[in-house]
Write a protein that binds this ligand. Structure first.
Ligand code: SF4
Length: 358
């Protein structure tokens, strides 16, 4: 029998509604969430492919020996982590969370870190610094006279790009700044400005085209300094600003934890004896040399990847569809989601894992 459950898409920070379709308990597909106000009955391919994460994932708590996972069980692996934690000082522990964690998981992990006395805790923010300033709303984009996009939202955040299309249909102008030669956003832009090492100058060059009816959307940054340049442009022109992220709950993580860049995470790894990483792949932004032979790595994730092979312990946790919680989207809206798939495994949720470790 087919079963349809509403959830929130985990594939970017726009926060679209998504339906998970199951048959006899097994996930078989997705379907757009017709009445959801953000995506209004549409999902992009990234969102529809979200269920592919069910395929070929790690299903057993494992010890890693010589880059190979040796399956074990939750109790043995949790005992091994507790033994490691008991053998070090609080200052030797570091925790890297991610924008894939729900708000409730982040609160639980922070509670654990505080109780343990761990101060080295944060998440990789893709060069976006913590930002608590006023955000443009999605409706601001629909009616903007000019939208400046830094990055390629047509490819990476298509349901937000749809708002830009609506603005263009209303006579709005799209300016795109990027370092690539050609992108989907650039091909749809009225003006495309490619930068090399002159990002500041190229950003400053559009100031006269922006005003209080404009929106600046940024989904790609080379450094935190570049964000300061964009923030300055927003202040000087009165244009509203909307940072957009790859992960569904980066904004929620940003509201609670320090957004770290690669250098900061390298320093944390160099300074710690045990590193707990929750739902993140460090190799997305660090090299193997940054990781190998340093901390004892506890990897809480069910993703089968090279980072799992370089870890010391892998605890799969639950996939997003197997749990409930909230994500805060890039517009600052907190949305709840319920369990939308029952999977045949004995994985603990991240909240249960940190309860056990406490
Ligand atoms: S735009 Fe983002 S949130 Fe919306 S369906 Fe696509 S990947 Fe999911």
């Amino acid at each position: 029998m087919l079963d349809i459950k509403h959830t929130i898409c985990p594939s970017c920070s726009v926060g679209c509604g998504l339906n998970i379709v199951s048959k006899d308990g097994a996930v078989v597909g997705t379907y757009p969430y017709k009445r959801h106000p953000i995506n209004e009955g549409k999902n992009c391919l990234n969102g529809r492919d979200s269920i592919l994460q069910f395929e070929d994932s790690i299903e057993k708590a494992s010890f890693v020996k010589n880059n190979e996972l040796e399956e074990s069980d939750n109790a043995s692996v949790i005992k091994a982590i507790k033994d490691q934690l008991a053998s070090i000082d609080a200052s030797d522990l570091a925790i890297i969370c991610s924008g894939n964690n729900t708000n409730e998981e982040l609160d639980k992990i922070i509670e654990f870190a505080n109780a343990y006395g761990c101060e080295k805790i944060g998440f990789y923010g893709s060069n976006f610094p913590n930002f608590s300033g006023e955000l443009a709303s999605y409706d601001d984009i629909n009616k903007a006279s000019t939208v400046l996009v830094i990055g390629d939202i047509y490819r990476e955040n298509p349901l937000l790009a749809r708002r830009v299309v609506l603005s263009k249909e209303n006579g709005g102008k799209l300016i795109n700044i990027d370092d690539v030669e050609k992108s989907i956003t650039s091909l749809n832009a009225d003006d495309f400005i490619q930068f090399t090492d002159d990002f500041n100058d190229k950003v400053a060059s559009v100031k006269d085209q922006l005003d209080e009816n404009s929106v600046i959307i940024v989904n790609k940054l080379s450094s935190k300094d570049d964000f300061a340049v964009i923030e300055e442009l927003s202040k000087e022109s009165n244009a509203k600003l909307l940072p957009v992220f790859n992960a569904p709950n980066t904004k929620g993580a940003m509201n609670r934890l320090d957004s770290l860049d690669c250098d900061e995470i390298r320093n944390i790894i160099d300074d710690s004896k045990v590193l707990i990483v929750v739902k993140d792949n460090l190799l997305d932004y660090l090299s193997e040399d940054d990781i190998k032979g340093k901390s004892f790595i506890v990897n809480i994730s069910n993703e089968k990847n090279r980072f799992a092979e370089l870890s010391d312990i892998v605890l799969p946790g639950k996939s997003w569809a197997e749990k409930e919680g909230t994500f805060t989207n890039c517009e600052g809206l907190e949305q709840s989601f319920i369990i939308s798939a029952e999977c045949d495994n004995d994985n603990l949720s991240e909240i249960e894992i940190f309860d056990e470790l406490a």
